[in-house]
Design a protein. Structure first.
Length: 460
């Protein structure tokens, strides 16, 4: 066989592979076994529950004319309330729809029943298998810094609480994804229906497949997986909301603001759930990487000169910023994600200025912190830590954001357009910021287990 010259050398060394290859294959096999067991169990549970929900029906349609029970049709024109009432409305819809989803199993349609059973199994499966093999994943991949960081807190109470938080976030994300998937299937298979036994088997198979995928993912969830989950949830959730949004006050959603997509009662739950799920993921993500943020902040401080010891205002401010740099980053992070949450939980209406302030103000705070604050974050750290490419990316994003403000002032971009652009820029910046930090962290020289044990004993 003729091989390219650069591959010939490998042909004679087929058995010489990285020692970690066997560990990686063993890990993959263990993940597949666990996911398959959960998938088969979910298949059986799905069929049994579907048989119970579909009892008395000779034929079960994919969708009924009413669609998902919790997506009620719009009644009357849209009018936002005060901010406290808007937040109460959002949480009220959460509880109202949660009850409707639980009751949707008896709605006589394959989509709603399968979605209910699948979300239930995903929640239980993730609670049971979340990060069960993460240490093995880090070890097999040679990600030793993340390995030691997670090893130190794998059995802590905080990690168990994060297990519950990510299970809730994944539950909401699964609801969004599965709802959109069934809407797509309804368009593809118009007027589809199946017999009592066939519908039960179909529901069980769907539940088994999605549970298999959830367990395979959950066993080795890394911070990169979490940011990927957040971005995917955001994309499909907003896409579904925009598709379902109707005309309100003689305006399409894109003629007003992004939040108008959540004003239509047929889509408001999807819109609220999307922002709520992303918020939970970002909270969990912070606790995953806050130790690494502390580390690179400490390293950056060592690169910067100490502030003067005189008692001038500038020197005192410099010393305060240096002493509280990590706390400032943490506060700005949570203020920004709460600002994003305001977009989802407060609908925008120019007839009520408090909603304009809460919705647009929250968006502006998130934009300023993530885009322009992100530029300062990238600039403050020396090149060896975050690197020049990330700094150039941050500068480019900030320049594009500033240019879009000019376009908004000229009337070329409206509020919905500039909000969408900034959401995309925030997603791009956050993804590359996380990837840059983790790449640097895992490139640090490894520390032996003996040294780590000695350091642990010294701190006790």
């Amino acid at each position: 066989m003729n091989l390219p010259p650069h591959l010939i050398v490998y042909a004679a060394q087929a058995e010489r592979t990285d020692p970690r290859l066997e560990d990686q294959r063993d890990l993959q096999l263990r993940k597949l076994r666990a996911a398959a067991l959960w998938g088969v169990g979910a298949l059986v549970v799905g069929i049994l529950l579907a048989l119970w929900f579909y009892r008395g029906l000779a034929v079960v349609p994919l969708f009924t004319d009413s669609g998902f029970p919790e997506w009620t049709p719009a009644i009357g024109p849209f009018a936002a309330q005060s901010v406290p009432e808007e937040i109460g409305f959002a949480f009220g819809r959460l509880f109202e729809v949660a009850g409707a989803i639980i009751q949707s199993g008896s709605s006589g349609q394959i989509a709603a029943t399968s979605r209910l059973i699948a979300c239930l199994m995903i929640f239980i499966a993730i609670l049971a298998t979340y990060r069960r093999l993460l240490l093995e994943h880090y070890h097999a991949g040679g990600q030793l810094t993340q390995y030691h960081d997670y090893q130190a807190e794998a059995h802590s109470l905080g990690n168990q609480l994060r297990r519950v938080a990510i299970a809730l976030a994944a539950l909401v994300a699964s609801y969004v994804a599965i709802s959109v998937l069934w809407l797509i299937l309804d368009v593809m298979f118009k007027q589809f229906s199946a017999s009592y036994a066939g519908a039960s088997a179909f529901s069980g198979l769907f539940v088994g497949v999605v549970t298999f995928a959830a367990v395979y993912w959950a066993q080795t969830v890394t911070p990169r997986h979490l940011i990927g989950l957040a971005l995917v949830t955001f994309t499909i959730g907003l896409g579904g909301s925009f598709s379902l949004a109707g005309v309100e006050n003689n305006e399409q959603w894109w003629q007003a603001a992004v939040s108008r997509a959540g004003a239509n009662p047929q889509a408001d739950w999807l819109f609220i759930a999307t922002f709520g799920s992303v918020f939970l993921i970002f909270v969990v993500l912070w606790f995953d990487i806050n130790g690494f943020i502390r580390l690179i902040v400490a390293q950056a401080e060592n690169h910067h000169p100490l502030p003067p010891s005189d008692d001038t205002l500038g020197s005192r401010l410099h010393r305060w910023l240096r002493a509280n740099s990590f706390g400032i980053i943490r506060a700005l992070y949570f203020i920004a994600i709460v600002g994003l949450l305001g977009i989802g939980f407060v609908r925008f209406d120019t007839r009520d200025l408090t909603t304009v302030f809460a919705h647009t103000g929250g968006a502006l705070i998130a934009i300023v912190i993530f885009v322009f604050g992100g530029l300062g974050f990238a600039t403050w750290f020396p090149h060896p830590i975050l690197g020049l490419p990330f700094k150039r990316l941050s500068q480019g994003i900030a320049a594009l954001a500033a240019f879009s403000i000019l376009l908004f002032g000229l009337g070329i971009l409206n509020l919905a357009g500039i909000e969408l652009l900034y959401l995309i820029l925030i997603g791009i910046w956050f993804f590359f910021a996380l990837d840059t930090i983790l790449t640097y962290i895992n490139a640090l020289p490894p520390i032996s287990d003996t040294v780590l044990r000695e350091m642990s004993l010294e701190t006790k």
